[in-house]
Design a protein around this ligand. Structure first.
Ligand code: GTP
Ligand code: MG
Length: 382
């Protein structure tokens, strides 16, 4: 069919519709364009339809997954996993020293060397070796007997101090003594204070306690925001002030609010500081004094957070903080990252301050009250 035939065909169509008009090539182009557009619109609609239908089908096809139950790893396993490095690199090696043999001078020397590396402190290592030598005079000591001896030695060193822990720092009971327990948390930079407070606030809230947290680290806005995230998650009430506000002022306001709310706990986060910075240590003492204007017994607890990786320097830190603030407890964090884990033993022995909590990771469940038997058992793989 040529163009002329098409024009004739259209002319006939016009005539039959009673249109008084002569068809020309322009009309032909116009009709062709309209036809082309109709084809495009038709294809577009046609293409879209199956897609709409497909989405509907896919939605229907989505299988109904059973609600996943998040398994919370029980604490004894968390602790054991957390201390895996300590066992692999230090404490577990004590077993291998024997390899079937009984204690002799060579093994004794190797034990001494390993224990120095474990950071329990030179005095305790000397005592332990002396006692072991004495014991070896009257009995044969193999790997099993040695492990038992080590457990008993460390347990007896620490048990009296550890018994000083007040259970209300980890167990809340609505029937327990009334009043607001004030806990001040201190330590060097990055030790894990804020994370620990977040975990503690969550634990206490879950037991039904009313918790107020004071963001006294006013040096960095990020520090306050970090604490806010934890508190929001825990459902704890947080007192915050503008960046640069006097930390003692925030501590005072936090306790005032906690008393007004009849909160069970008032936990105060403080800025990290080196124990060697006299002015910053003075500031902490002032924090403490200010709280006593509201409650002469406040703070009821002052906890020093110690990063387990710190090694022997941790003793120096603890001594200085203890001198300034009269510590009531130690919190060992990052035990999952340290191979030594013996530093804890040395500090308790020297300062006579108990370890109250142990942290083995960054999640809320990675903290628990320190239990000596459990700790030594996990460390020595008993
Ligand atoms: N692996 C591990 N990491 C931890 C633990 N506790 C805290 N951390 C991490 O250590 C880092 C420092 O923790 P923070 O809680 O901010 O320490 P901080 O003492 O408040 O720090 P400053 O306020 O800056 O002095 C963060 O990345 C934490 O997630 C723990 O037990 N194990
Ligand atoms: Mg902090």
């Amino acid at each position: 069919m040529n163009v002329e035939a098409i024009i004739n065909l259209i002319q006939m169509l016009y005539n039959s519709l009673g249109m008084d008009r002569n068809v020309n090539v322009g009309d032909l182009w116009g009709i062709a364009s309209i036809f082309f557009m109709l084809v495009v619109i038709f294809i577009t609609i046609f293409k879209k339809r199956p897609e709409i239908a497909k989405v509907e089908v896919e939605e229907k096809k989505v299988p109904t997954k059973p609600v996943e139950k998040v398994e919370v790893v029980p604490w004894p396993i968390r602790l054991k996993n957390g201390l895996a490095r300590s066992r692999q690199e230090v404490w577990g090696k004590l077993d291998n020293l024997f390899s079937g043999a009984k204690l002799d001078d060579d093994i004794l020397e190797n034990i001494e060397e390993l224990l120095y590396g474990a950071d329990i402190g030179p005095t305790m290592v000397t005592e332990l070796i002396d006692q072991l030598q004495e014991k070896a005079k009257t009995e044969d000591i193999g790997a099993g007997e040695f492990k038992k001896f080590l457990y008993d030695f460390l347990y007896n060193r620490l048990k009296d101090v550890q018994e000083k822990i007040d259970p209300s720092i980890y167990e809340y009971s609505a029937d327990g003594p009334k009043g607001t327990k004030v806990i001040m948390v201190v330590g060097v930079n990055g030790a894990g204070k804020t994370t620990t407070i977040g975990k503690l606030a969550t634990k206490l809230k879950l037991q039904g306690a009313k918790v107020v947290v004071g963001a006294c680290d006013t040096f960095r806005a990020a520090a306050v925001d970090q604490l806010q995230v934890w508190c929001d998650r825990a459902g704890a009430h947080m007192i915050r002030a503008k960046e640069g506000t006097n930390p003692s002022g925030v501590a005072y306001e936090s306790l005032q609010e906690a008393l007004k709310m009849e909160a069970d706990y008032c936990i105060l986060d403080t800025a990290g500081r080196l124990h060697t910075k006299g002015n910053l240590m003075e500031e902490l003492k002032k924090n403490k004094r200010v709280l006593q204007k509201l409650d002469p017994k406040a703070p009821n607890e002052v906890f020093l957070v110690v990063d387990a990786i710190t090694g022997q320097n941790a003793i120096k830190q603890a001594e200085e903080f203890n001198k300034a603030l009269d510590l009531s407890g130690l919190i060992f964090t990052k035990c999952d990252g340290s191979s030594k884990a013996g530093g804890a033993v040395g500090i308790v022995q020297q300062l006579k301050v108990p370890i109250v909590y142990i942290g083995v990771g960054e999640t809320v469940d990675d903290i628990n009250v320190f239990n000596l038997d459990e700790y030594l058992g996990a460390l020595l793989n008993l």
